[in-house]
Design a protein around this ligand. Sequence first.
Ligand code: GLC
Length: 608
Amino acid sequence: MTVTDTRPVHTAGSPDEPWWRQAVIYQVYPRSFADSDGDGIGDLPGITTHLSHLAELGVDALWLSPFYRSPQADGGYDVADYRDVDPLFGTLADFDALVARAHELRLRVLVDLVPNHTSDEHAWFRAALAAAPSSPERARYVFRDGRGPRGDEAPNNWRSTFGGPAWERTTSPDGTPGQWYLHLFDARQPDLDWSNPQVRAEFESVLRFWLDRGVDGFRVDVAHGLVKAAGLPDWDGPATLAEERDHLAAVASGGASVSGDGLVGGGLSAAQRVADAPTVVDAGTGEPVTGAGHHGPAWDQDGVHEVYRSWRAVLDAYPGERVLVAEAWVEPLSRLARYVRPDEMHQAFNFPYLTAGWAPSTLRRLIAASYAANDAVGAPTTWVLSNHDVVRHASRFGLADPTHRPNGIGARDEQPDATLGLRRARAASLLTLALPGSAYLYQGEELGLPEHTSLDDELRQDPTFRRTKGEQLGRDGCRIPLPWAADAPGLGFSPTGAAWLPQPPEFAPLALDRQRDVPGSTYELYRAALRLRREHALGTGGLTWLPGYPDEVLAFSVRDVVVVANFGTAPVDGPEGARPLLASPDVSASPTAEAGTVPGASTVWFIR
Ligand code: GLC
């Protein structure tokens, strides 16, 4: 599928567009960013001290994963009090100090909002357990009687995203088995009932609480899950993203019986099937799909959009450009774009891009489809390669199949090729940072950090590991404390050297102090990319493919920059008469990039 159509796939905007339409946003996972008090768990004062790192790197904003009061059954995505900081991470005063310092450094601050479920230790859930069936206390959650004569079968067949059933049976105060409650995630994360006006009012109040404290926006957790189909009907399709992915793979290879779920697979025409990886397209819209979407009655229900319209009104009443970002695992892209219609959220994570892997033809289609879907609703497209829920891309891309996305990698699994993975990761990051729109970085990717791929099972904390009885290793391997200083105890993460998860030996040479001001380092590559992205206003640029390159090359122009991303192994020529501006391989190690060619597994930015 070489490029022949050279009409722009996205047209340029003005460099003065609102910040969020072109922002680079850095995700901080507070537990693992920097520890100030020596207990081995990162905290808010630790983040504040290191904000200068983010300013120096050149990002526009940071997004903080949850730091609220929580029993930490799911790394804080189980919130017990939405209006307080967990003592593990500090105090509200520490939070205020963080925001003040960030704003001084011209960094915006987004916080994570977790509206789909609370912790089982939230006051509402405790009250619900203590109250009777059909009580107003229970009506804030999804309590149901069980099926079967004794009510000992779950109310429906839904399964938890983390494995096992999505229902837990309660025990009544008199010790007899009681009603069941729904939890799309861990049993310690009961789902709220969003048809209840009290739930809606409470979250609008929570939004105001943080807006009043000066936050610039919210990343909305599980934004596609809040509203469930009426009657909670059974669902026999894939329940987890791993199952979605396997389903798609079977569809693509022609092995699956394709039911009415809207996928075109085994019958792919020659044009639909591509050489580097089979691309599956949505039968209704023709858009590429990669298994980044949950399906069924628990997800992406139309009623959810009303919630975001009301939140948008809350944010719009505040001064400044405050934003809502959807974490919505929804496909195809046009369906995802419904979350960012003009009166809803501002951005949605582009998970189809993240899940496409190292696959040029799929990426080419996805990039075009992403712009088509978002441009149609006037929203910026976002780009992301890593976060706290997926294997780091420096490791994913070092697997024999670089489109594979295991849920964690353990010592008994295929070990990624670290050199190849990092080389490809740098190329992919340079591609990503050239794409118009907004980009998300996950802490540590600017250091080229790999996944921890040999963590002891006893240390694993992700509930997925337990709920799948070890079949899925889970996400701990991408959540390892950051290495700041190669020779300091605990690599400078904590003053005592303590770390809640051990850092693998590969982290030391990648510590920030080993890369800062070192030409060719991954850190300096990111820094240069962010500086040039700003100088050339790439974030608001248009995108036009350049013809004449082989299938395994993505070549396009954005403003005065030409980007050539070579996924193949043979070098290709850069555009004629253009001068290299930035190259993903260490240029001292790959002088060919200087000569105007693009080596395999590399991205080069050229200037005309
Ligand atoms: C989101 C978060 C993830 C969390 C889940 C349940 O997907 O990113 O870390 O486990 O929601 O809140």
